[in-house]
Design a protein around this ligand. Structure first.
Ligand SMILES: C[S@@+](CC[C@H](N)C(=O)[O-])C[C@H]1O[C@@H](n2cnc3c(N)ncnc32)[C@H](O)[C@@H]1O
Length: 282
């Protein structure tokens, strides 16, 4: 089959599952992954025949897309703050909202303008600490997660991108205090109440790690409370917490932080949703 015929085959196979605009972009990504041709080369090679192996690989990818598997897991990579990261089923696919949180931290750290010690709690792919270390090379950066498998992915990413990051395997919910003091503690913790499961896309539900997503309906703010309490012991003077939050929980988290004696600032993401918080002890 020529490249053109493969494109038609993919469009017919996937049109009922994926909307047209997204499908065009996904097809381009799949073809690039299999042939190594960028978009321009795909135009030039439109009549070139693909090998049997390339066709078989594309058909296999198409089957996975039909099952709802996110393209990032199919190809094993995702982009975050311009960095190509390895991802697999043990880590959350990094989201654009989280890039906005990282940008906030970078602009804060740039104003402070001294080497800071930064801890990321619930690091997953390591997207946050790696992006921070690359942008703020004088800072000391640590990523913490409960999942050994996630930390293995984070380490691969740090090595690939030549970012020096320390990794800690720790269950933050069973930790009263940490050994070190940090100028910044950042976290994008699990924050989706289990009751919201039924409204979620099957792409997320069936393929992203539940441990990265969900909290109980009874105590949905547990990670924020635990981390804020840890911050009381492990934040340096003028130390800051930075959180990504559920858009619906801004006021509740501000109230929780106030009770724990923090000043806090709530910010919206580029969609106008309450999405991140910075807090420091009063
Ligand atoms: C929402 S994901 C965030 C991943 C990554 N920081 C990002 O922004 O894409 C939450 C992460 O918290 C980790 N996690 C869940 N429970 C934890 C716990 N009790 N202690 C430490 N990490 C935990 C999960 O393994 C997951 O990697």
């Amino acid at each position: 089959m020529s490249l053109q015929e493969i494109k038609i085959f993919l469009k017919q196979k996937l049109a009922s599952k994926i909307d047209a605009v997204e499908l065009t972009s996904l097809i381009g990504m799949l073809i690039e992954a299999v042939t190594g041709w960028n978009r321009m080369q795909q135009i030039v090679n439109v009549n070139t025949a693909l090998t049997k192996e390339q066709q078989a690989q594309i058909e296999q990818y198409a089957e996975q897309l039909l099952l709802g598997k996110p393209i990032q897991y199919i190809l094993g990579k995702a982009w975050f703050m311009g960095n190509e990261l390895t991802v697999n089923e043990h880590v959350l696919i990094p989201r654009p909202e989280t890039e906005e949180l990282v940008e906030w931290i970078i602009s804060y750290a740039s104003i402070i303008n001294k080497p800071l010690s930064i801890l990321d709690i619930g690091t997953g792919s390591g997207c946050i600490p790696i992006a921070l270390k690359l942008a703020l090379p004088n800072c000391t950066v640590t990523g913490l997660d409960i999942s050994k498998e996630a930390l293995a992915v984070a380490e691969i990413n740090a090595n690939k991108l030549k970012a020096t990051v320390e990794w800690m395997e720790t269950d933050i919910l069973n930790t009263a205090a940490l050994d070190n003091t940090y100028d910044i503690i950042v976290s994008n913790p699990p924050y989706i109440p289990l009751k919201e499961k039924k409204e979620m896309q099957e792409q997320v539900l069936n393929f992203e790690p539940a441990i990265a997503l969900f909290v109980s309906n009874e105590d949905p703010l547990i990670y924020y409370r635990v981390i804020a309490k840890i911050g009381k012991q492990n934040l340096s003077k003028n130390g800051q917490l930075f959180f990504e939050i559920h858009y619906d929980k801004g006021k509740a988290i501000l109230a929780l932080l106030d009770e724990l004696n923090y000043h806090a600032e709530l910010r919206q993401d580029s969609f106008g949703k309450n999405r991140m918080i910075r807090a420091s002890l009063k």
